[in-house]
Write a protein that binds this ligand. Structure first.
Ligand SMILES: Nc1ncnc2c1ncn2[C@@H]1O[C@H](COP(=O)(O)OP(=O)(O)OC[C@H]2O[C@@H]([n+]3cccc(C(=O)O)c3)[C@H](O)[C@@H]2O)[C@@H](O)[C@H]1O
Ligand SMILES: Nc1ncnc2c1ncn2[C@@H]1O[C@H](COP(=O)(O)OP(=O)(O)OP(=O)(O)O)[C@@H](O)[C@H]1O
Ligand SMILES: [Mg+2]
Length: 247
């Protein structure tokens, strides 16, 4: 594991160097994926790495956990509360569409959740240019394969160092580098609405997705869920399509 971690840290260093960037930053949520990423960027750039805590109508415990992570990683951090921005923008759009009787209440939870992820992305890029850093993503292999991320939200990043790691591997690497145990054992959540958990929303457990990605046998119904989510999210793993040249 030591060698694999070193390989990933070297990869991050080379990526930044080739881009002319002087360091790396990551949004730190209090979950294990960003915790591991926080430790990796600190290893890559001990003096030029930044953790960014971005509460957005969030559970206050997430902020506490994020502070625990940056402290454990000895990572410099900034905190920017996006709650007022989120409320202003969402209420402005909602009011305008309600005036035209076009606000889709059924889509409200998801559309506003994705807005939170995209406000975080915009904030991370503002900071990235300020510091001349790259934005490091936190998607693991399961999230990447299923498309369980917001397009141009948490999916809008400069690199995805954990994209080959199953959730189990993320937890093992996290334990190895020193992420606090209660962060590793938390139920994975996007934290986009109260009570949200990844496994409930995806309709499948990480254990099953990991087994599938490792080429092991899984029940047929789970395989179907994975393949349906993978197919449906193909557009998120590609550049936007353009029409063929008209002749
Ligand atoms: N075939 C296609 N070709 C090109 N574009 C296509 C498309 N189908 C949809 N689209 C576009 O994509 C949009 C839908 O994609 P998107 O906006 O991502 O939205 P969607 O996939 O519906 O939702 C994002 C999911 O990721 C989860 N999430 C988000 C953020 C963080 C985390 C976490 O684990 O922390 C999880 C979130 O809870 C939710 O389940 C559509 O509104 C449309 O604009
Ligand atoms: N409150 C937040 N502050 C800063 N970044 C955040 C916040 N919430 C989410 N993010 C960013 O969005 C990413 C996607 O969240 P995701 O839930 O997949 O990862 P995680 O919280 O690190 O781990 P887990 O999946 O186990 O909850 C986070 O890793 C982080 O980079
Ligand atoms: Mg999370």
């Amino acid at each position: 594991m030591d060698k694999k971690i070193e390989f990933t840290v070297d990869w991050l260093k080379a990526l930044a160097k080739n881009a002319g960037a002087t360091g790396l930053l990551v949004g730190v949520s209090g979950g294990v994926d960003s915790a591991l990423t926080a430790f990796l960027i600190k290893k890559a750039f001990p003096d030029h790495s930044l953790g960014v805590i971005l509460p957005c109508d969030s559970n206050p415990q997430d902020r506490e956990d994020a502070l625990t992570v940056v402290k454990a990683a000895k990572l410099k951090h900034v905190e920017i509360d996006l709650t007022p921005t989120f409320r202003t923008l969402s209420q402005t759009v909602r009011q305008e569409l309600e005036n035209q009787d076009e606000w889709n209440g059924e889509k409200e939870r998801l559309s506003l959740a994705n807005l939170k992820a995209r406000l975080r992305m915009s904030t991370l890029y503002l900071l990235a240019q300020n510091y001349n850093y790259l934005v490091v993503g936190t998607d693991n292999a399961a999230e990447w394969h299923l498309g369980y991320f917001t397009k141009y939200g948490d999916g809008g990043v400069d690199c995805v160092p954990l994209a080959n790691l199953t959730k189990g591997e993320v937890r093992r690497w996290a334990a190895y580098v020193g992420v606090p145990e209660h962060i590793i054992n938390k139920a994975p959540t996007a934290g986009l609405w109260p009570g949200q958990t990844d496994e409930e929303e995806m309709g499948i457990t990480y254990e099953m997705v990991d087994r599938y990605l490792e080429g092991k046998e899984i029940p047929e119904k789970d395989r179907q869920i994975i393949e349906r989510l993978h197919k449906r999210s193909a557009h998120k793993r590609q550049m936007p399509p353009k029409p063929p040249v008209f002749k």
